[in-house]
Design a protein around this ligand. Structure first.
Ligand SMILES: O=C(O)c1cccc(C(=O)CC[C@H]2O[C@@H](n3cnc4c(=O)[nH]cnc43)[C@H](O)[C@@H]2O)c1
Length: 216
């Protein structure tokens, strides 16, 4: 079983990397890829890696923001659908995405009704974690205006900078995939003092290690 585990930055999966250095999994060949922050880096690095090794399963692991203040920081979820939240045109005060201006069609592959949906097929196990919807942007949202715009337009639960690129590449390459995200902050007016990245990294890596352990 060939497994690719990718993250935007090394610190997000460092505990998992440390675990791999100590643990031998004879039934799995695990490759890790640090793809960089944002959709452009992720798409290029991942596209190249998927072609090179064609994994049986690709896993993306990362921290993220969430829109619902009732969620606890450190909560880990699986993203089952993704939307691209900042690719389009500005029309005075309105943002129109590529579907709105008919440059993309809602069911243009690999989209299903404007979303990049993970069918969660051909995976030996699916983790028992909440399944939620994600929006991907290239700039971390940090104002009420952007937050409201995204909520009204995409009704997302989680925001990241790479998720949609990962879904897009895996769907086009027909590689089974899973996106793990752990909540490090709320999507709100930027206040870095309220973020808890160490907690999010810890819970993310605990879930990732638990998932990999199930194979062995
Ligand atoms: O501003 C800083 O000083 C700073 C320091 C460390 C990390 C950051 C990030 O913005 C992390 C971006 C990284 O994490 C994901 N992420 C985490 N929270 C969010 C969010 O609210 N919205 C979008 N992405 C988020 C993202 O996928 C990046 O890979 C800043």
């Amino acid at each position: 079983m060939k497994i690719l585990v990718t993250a935007a930055t090394p610190f997000e999966i460092q505990p998992f990397l440390d675990h791999l250095a100590k643990q031998n999994y004879p039934d799995c060949q695990i490759t890790t890829l640090i793809g960089g922050i944002g959709m452009m880096h992720t798409a290029f690095q991942l596209g190249r890696q998927l072609t090179k090794m064609r994994p049986d399963i690709a896993i993306q692991a990362g921290i993220a923001g969430c829109f619902d203040h009732s969620w606890e920081i450190g909560k880990v979820v699986i993203i089952d659908k993704e939307q691209v939240g900042d690719l389009g045109v500005e029309d005075d005060h309105a943002f129109k995405d590529l579907f709105d201006i008919q440059l993309w069609q809602p069911d243009m592959p690999p989209f299903t009704n404007k979303q990049l949906v993970n069918p969660l097929d051909n995976l030996p196990f699916i983790p028992e974690l909440p399944r939620v919807s994600g929006v991907t942007i290239n700039t971390v949202s940090g104002s009420e205006r952007t937050r409201n715009l995204l909520v009204e337009k995409y009704a997302p639960e989680v925001e990241s900078m790479e998720g949609a690129a990962f879904h897009y590449a895996c769907l086009l390459e027909k590689i089974p995939f899973l996106q793990f995200r752990s909540i490090s902050n709320y999507v709100e007016v930027r206040d870095k003092s309220k973020w808890n990245i160490p907690l999010a990294v810890r819970t993310l890596n605990e879930s990732l290690i638990k998932y990999i352990e199930q194979w062995n």
